[in-house]
Design a protein around this ligand. Structure first.
Ligand code: GAP
Length: 441
């Protein structure tokens, strides 16, 4: 990784820990390799991503339904889906240092530091195995789902019968997925436990190219919505040999992360592979009957898929800015770090900051905070100098800071500071809620 980019990555990781976005998992016990916990700000941000996705792709669309399925499904699901046989990565061992690598991703540092001979590649299945119930034998073995997707196929008939949708329609799901990755790393980019937002969009086979294009555009629009410039994202056509076993066409949406251009999201044409195989293996009819023509067929599927954690990482990278800002001292500037996140994505929307800890200011500021908190995720902060508090709010991406000063006691007004322009506006306390509402719409 070039030094400047390495620097950016470590600045983001450090900000995330210091400010409470993302912590190393189980840290008091020395951590757990590549496990990360979302702290108070990270959890808010993650929730914002999921809520915005739900609103955009489920609630604002007439052709979408949401499910929330079990994490551990009947193991037959993963046999029939092809994951037991095909969801593998080639694994090699170094005969000298005994480190293990994905054969297609051996870090160049290994050659430089060790250079030991590697074993031949063997296929390593990425699914996490567990046992259901107290008996640990093959009959009780099961898997943690490696993708949320299969439930949309397995539940297809129940959804269709209960919701009576017409084609084309989609089934959406948000949830955890687990993969025993050989080489996790790069912070939250590749972990063994992560969250996905997926849609299986059921269509007539002959419309697949048109629906594929429609979803490509939708995904690009979402990327922009997350504050990630569309022209920074590259679309990679995945070659036949590299595609997942079920896919007839896949494009990866790649983002220039500090550690290199890598997959952010994916879009695949899964054909009728899953429904057909599940129907055959279960003996349950998973076809669709056109209500007008009575034509009966197994729908094909377009699958747009988004990683929640990669959304957070790309949005943080795109939002991170360092810029010179004036200080209280005339003519002097200092570097301010500011997360220019889209307002909807910012974990804290409004910070209420009394100029000092004086009780008469708190008497005005705290009731205002109590009013605003009913509408926005707010923070109340009265410690440190106002300059330092502004810097902290900039660093966590808070769009608006509301300052209560001594003048407020006279004119019943507050100063509202805009994160990006740093411009300040005087607003009557009685109007502050409405003023902010307008800004967030
Ligand atoms: N159902 C299709 C599917 O799972 P995928 O490309 O393997 O496709 C979809 O995964 C998305 O999930 C990826 O584009 C990425 O955003 C996210 N993802 C996959 N593996 C991940 C990992 N180990 N850590 C974090 N996110 C991951």
């Amino acid at each position: 990784m070039p030094e400047e980019q390495q620097d950016l990555m470590s600045k983001i990781v450090s900000l995330c820990k210091r400010r409470g976005f993302i912590f190393p998992g189980s840290e008091i016990y020395g951590g757990m390799a590549n496990s990360w916990d979302y702290g108070p700000l990270g959890a808010e941000m993650k929730n914002n991503v999921k809520q915005a996705w739900l609103k955009r792709f489920v609630h604002e669309r007439p052709d979408m339904l949401l499910i929330d399925a079990a994490l551990i499904m009947n193991p037959k699901v993963w046999e029939v889906s092809g994951h037991v046989k095909n969801f593998t990565d080639p694994l090699v061992d170094c005969k000298t240092c005994h480190e293990r690598f994905r054969a297609d991703a051996i870090p160049p540092e290994h050659a430089a530091a060790c250079g030991g001979e590697l074993t031949g590649a063997r296929q390593f299945n990425l699914m996490f195995k567990t046992f259901v119930g107290p008996v640990e034998d093959a009959a009780h073995a099961a898997y943690f789902r490696p993708e949320t997707a299969q439930a949309m196929f397995v539940d297809f008939k129940n959804v269709l019968q209960s919701a009576r949708k017409r084609l084309p329609f989609g089934i959406a799901q948000i949830g955890k997925a687990f993969r025993n990755e050989i080489t996790p790393g790069n912070f939250i980019f590749r972990t063994r436990e992560f969250e996905q937002m997926e849609i299986e969009y059921f269509i007539r086979a002959e419309t697949w190219e048109q629906k594929f294009e429609m979803w490509k555009e939708e995904m690009l629009r979402w990327i922009e919505h997350c504050g990630i410039a569309r022209d920074t994202v590259q679309l990679k056509e995945v070659e036949a040999g590299e595609r997942a076993h079920y896919s007839k066409r896949t494009i990866d949406f790649e983002y220039p992360f500090p550690f290199g251009v890598s997959e952010l999201y994916g879009l695949a044409y899964r054909t009728d592979f899953d429904l057909k195989n599940h129907a055959q293996a279960s003996g349950v009819d998973l076809s669709y009957t056109d209500p007008d023509t009575k034509e009966q067929f197994v729908p094909h599927v377009i699958e747009p898929t988004w990683g929640v954690d990669r959304t957070i990482l790309a949005a943080l990278c795109a939002a991170y800015h360092e810029e010179e800002a004036p200080t209280a001292e005339d003519g002097k500037t200092e570097t301010r770090v500011v997360l220019k996140l889209p307002k909807w994505l910012a974990p804290i929307k409004v910070a209420v900051l009394p100029l000092s800890k004086k009780e008469e200011l708190a008497k005005v500021a705290y009731p205002l905070y109590e009013t605003l908190i009913k509408q926005f995720v707010c923070e109340y902060d009265e410690t440190q100098s106002i300059g330092k508090r502004y810097r902290r709010q900039d660093e966590i991406g808070t769009p608006y800071c509301v300052t209560v000063d001594f003048e407020s006691l006279e004119d019943n007004a507050v100063t509202i500071r805009d994160r990006d322009t740093m411009k300040q506006e005087r607003v009557k306390i009685a109007d502050a809620g409405e003023w902010l509402t307008q800004k967030f719409n």
